[in-house]
Design a protein around this ligand. Structure first.
Ligand SMILES: *[C@@H]1O[C@H](CO)[C@@H](O)[C@H](O)[C@H]1NC(C)=O
Length: 293
């Protein structure tokens, strides 16, 4: 009798396994931007999960709402999930929104494309801490969603990056250092700056969930540029964006040596809330999902 139940459970297990084998291989890791709560990914996460992606990984960046020093805590938050997925044989797609693109770009530094890491990298403490056993999954692509990212010169010309306080747009508020908030320009309230394609109800819902960002994270200098050939990179321009407006986005895309696939979404800066289907479609495309390639 117990053999019979054992058989039933084995068959049930097989069924579950087969069910899971329909999962799209390409686990999305979603990285929010400055000032932003991780909950912004809710609708995109839901759509991807419904579409068979199994687990989706929205990452909560420590530099939002706590005073962290430097960018490393943010990078580590992405890297630990990334390393775990790669090590378990899963392919991943990384999505960085706004400042999150900067974090993603730095996080992948030790996992350059499919190549086996060089001996110095393998000997490095970082690699030994995060990347052993050697990664087996692949990084299918990086998506920079309306991203504020380092220009290539930030890495190729050391010392060229000024303090962000001297180059930041008017709406950055540095009056409460080391906390930075996005309320520095009365002419650009959240409904104009961030949520210009949201209903009033949505603006009222989301505005209080935003917080400060730690200056040290925003003002850190990049040490690696992922979009000059090491990885498949897609830049998503959000056409109604008042935070990283299309002309600014284009200045990242048009740099000498930059290699991008470019997508457009007709949305404000928070496209993952106002146009989650369009954002999910780009992620599926980069994941190689037959629906969208
Ligand atoms: C911000 O970064 C710049 C460039 O690296 C540096 O010179 C400056 O000291 C930093 N600002 C602060 C307050 O740490």
């Amino acid at each position: 009798m117990s053999h019979f139940f054992h058989l039933i459970s084995v068959v049930a297990l097989l069924f579950i396994q087969i069910g899971h084998s329909n999962d799209i291989d390409g686990k999305p890791i979603l990285v929010h931007g400055a000032f932003t709560p991780v909950e912004v990914w809710g609708d995109v996460d839901h759509r991807l999960t419904q579409a068979g992606y199994g687990r989706v990984f929205p990452i909560r960046l420590p530099s939002v709402g706590t005073v962290t020093s430097g960018r490393q805590p943010d990078i580590d938050a992405v890297r630990s999930t990334l390393a775990a997925e790669l090590a378990s044989g899963k392919d991943v797609v990384l999505v960085g929104h706004s400042y999150g693109g900067t974090v993603v770009g730095e996080a992948v530094k030790i996992f350059r494309a499919d190549a086996a890491p060089s001996i110095p990298v393998r000997r490095s403490l970082l690699y030994r801490k995060y990347a052993r056993p050697p990664p087996r999954g692949k990084i299918l692509g990086l998506i920079m969603l309306s991203s504020y990212i380092p220009y290539t010169t930030e890495v190729t010309v050391p010392g060229s990056r000024p303090d962000i306080r001297s180059i930041a747009p008017s709406w950055f508020n540095f009056a409460n250092m080391p906390k930075v908030t996005p309320d520095g320009d009365p002419a650009l309230p959240p409904r104009t700056l961030f949520f210009n394609d949201f209903s009033d109800i949505r603006i009222a819902f989301w505005s209080p969930k935003f917080s400060f960002s730690a200056f040290g994270a925003l003002n850190a200098t990049a040490t690696y540029i992922p979009y000059t050939g090491d990885f498949q990179c897609t830049y998503v321009v959000t056409d109604l964006d008042n935070t990283v407006p299309p002309a600014w986005a284009q200045s990242f895309i048009d740099q000498p040596g930059a290699v991008w696939s470019v997508e457009h979404v007709h949305a404000s800066h928070y496209s993952m809330i106002s146009k989650p289907d369009d954002v999910a479609r780009v992620i599926k495309k980069v994941a190689g999902d037959p629906c969208c390639v």
